[in-house]
Design a binder for this molecule. Sequence first.
Ligand code: PMP
Length: 355
Amino acid sequence: MKKHVFNAGPAILPEVAKEKTIDAIRDFAGTGISLLEVSHRSKDFQAVMDESTALFKELLGVPEGYAILWLGGGASTQFFSVPYNLLRTKAGYLDTDTWSAQAIKEAKLFGEVVVVASSKEGGYKFIPKDYVVPEGLDYFHITSNNTIAGTEIFAEPKTSAPLIADMSSNILSRPIDVSKYGLIYGGAQKNLAPAGVTFVIVREDLLGKVERAIPSMVDYRTHIAKGSLFNTPPVMCIFSALQALKWLKEMGGVKEMEKRNIAKANLIYNTIDNSRLFMGNVAKEDRSRMNATFSLKKEDKDLEKEFLDFAAAKGMVGVKGHRSVGGFRASIYNAMPIESVQALVDCMKEFEAAH
Ligand code: PMP
């Protein structure tokens, strides 16, 4: 049976990226050895590094003055690397979900943290909007897409401080103006690559301003100087990321992804809005195009397990909501074809007709 992978991360990857990775695991670049065995310092792997960086820059339109890093440690390592490198006295954070809360917790180890606005009281069901970012911050941090709650920030907040974004779950899903940001980071295991590689885009002139000593491994300047080869990078994941980036370019780039992602999101949200059984979890204007969260209406709550079993029997994988939210979540990243979203929507309608 065809499986439709709605996992939140690790998540669906472009077919061709998986195939090319499997081929390279057998024989990397005609070297006669596996991608899993190749030295990260070999000329053939250096070519992969260079091309990944160049293509990532090209697809996102990264201007001069920014460095791209491919690191290990996940976005969670960036939660403390960002303040380690950039927090001198005071940083601002927007609290929009569990992951921003985690970033806030880590930043507090390094200095004063101002939570400029939060939707926590409202169960993270919306993105706060009527707030003013105070002056005098070292940076202002947002989570551009909230993987768990299912909300997304579509307009960058106004701030005089450098804007920092955790874009783990919506990088490359639509065009962004990188010049508005001081630093962008994310775990690549949602919209780009298998789990294991983290991307960082950093404006180089922001570095070197804190007084504290920074361990080499956490210091962005170390990795910039060594071209992300200070230590052993996640070789296979970077190769896979390159294949996904090539696929994305071939499909028409981030503008085309945005078009497709809007179509997919509309399909699922329209189904939810016209449903007798299902309802969306969050404010309509803040609905994520990447992670659609929904639930059964109150009176039908007891059907939750039945729907999950029904969906699973039809090949839907990963539709169960995050344990902290419950209900359902369909992660519909770049690589997800609209046919799979249609299959889920058909499944929801069929379930509804039977109840
Ligand atoms: N930020 C966001 C928005 C996420 O969705 C996640 C993972 N689900 C993380 C951070 C944590 O990432 P990692 O597991 O790569 O540390």
